[in-house]
Design a binder for this molecule. Structure first.
Ligand SMILES: [Mg+2]
Length: 286
């Protein structure tokens, strides 16, 4: 029954490694911006904000906030922040008006009518609570492990766990989900030093981005230029949706990915955003 348990990281498997450094190809990669409305999608942790020891510690750098405010105020550009965080948490971290906030890997949204807000059924909430208790008991002796309860999912963070305990944590989380979720309602998504147990739905960052782009194009009556920037396995679903119609930028070292371009770190993301803000400050060329 669990053979089909999906894994967001698997989306990268059929990708490519021949990605280009964005700043080497900036002009060709962004040529369509001159005549097209830009829909800019940004992941939060590891993209806008440097990865922090705990989710609560992560913060938007001041310069990045300033350029996001400029972009959000530009009539040439629509900005969405797309994260695995709950949408309220995300809005609290960014706090810029005029931005679309997409949380829970696409399950929750604020600032748009184009996405539904998923309410987990009681069964899912109870399963997640049960799993938290079970995993907490089984791994009580592992220091550094912590849980993050989100509206529709449970994140098990092991960034602060000793390297020698990581394999045991991963195995125990998987074993617990296999054992308790006999109905196959849940799946595990892998992130950076986190396993997220969430409802098994054909809904992810990619479907949310696709839906938002389509809604914006219907509203404007013409194609927009979608740009997605992200650093993690769950961003691959969005990179795939943009294939052939937008710009997909990975944050980090080049690796097997659906992204076509990469920037190295969050500082390079800020640099990219400043350049985009300049371009979006120019009048639309028709
Ligand atoms: Mg990220």
């Amino acid at each position: 029954m669990n053979a089909g348990r999906s894994n967001a990281g698997a989306a990268a498997a059929a990708g490519r490694i021949d990605m280009k450094r964005l700043f080497d190809e900036w002009e060709s990669a962004t040529a369509r911006i001159a005549g097209t409305h830009v829909f800019l999608f940004l992941d939060f942790d590891g993209t806008l904000a440097p990865i922090a020891p705990t989710p609560g510690d992560a913060a938007l750098p001041r310069g990045t906030r300033a350029v996001l405010e400029r972009l959000a105020g530009s009539p040439r550009c629509t900005v969405a922040v797309v994260s695995g965080r709950g949408v309220e948490d995300l809005r609290g971290k960014v706090g810029i008006p005029g931005i679309v906030y997409v949380g829970g890997h696409g399950l929750e949204a604020d600032g748009t009518e184009a996405l539904p807000n998923y309410e987990p059924p009681r069964l899912v909430r109870e399963l997640l609570a049960w799993m938290r208790r079970e995993i907490g008991t089984r791994l009580a002796a592992v220091p550094g492990l912590f849980f993050e309860d989100k509206n529709a999912s449970l994140a098990v963070h092991y960034r602060l766990v000793a390297p020698g305990d990581v394999a045991r944590v991963e195995a125990e989380v998987r074993r617990t989900v296999e054992a308790l979720d006999v109905g196959g309602f849940l799946e595990i998504a892998e992130g950076k030093m986190v396993l997220e147990i969430r409802p098994r739905l054909d809904w992810n960052k990619g479907t949310a981005v696709d839906q938002l782009v389509r809604a914006e194009e219907r509203l404007r009556g013409e194609a927009v230029f979608p740009v997605y920037v992200g650093d993690d396995a769950t961003d691959e679903d969005a990179f795939r949706v943009l294939e052939g119609r937008g710009l997909a930028v990975l944050v980090g070292e080049p690796r097997e990915s659906r992204a076509t371009h990469y920037v190295e770190n969050t500082e390079e993301v800020a640099r990219m955003l400043r350049t985009l803000a300049e371009r979006c400050g120019e009048p639309l060329a028709r």
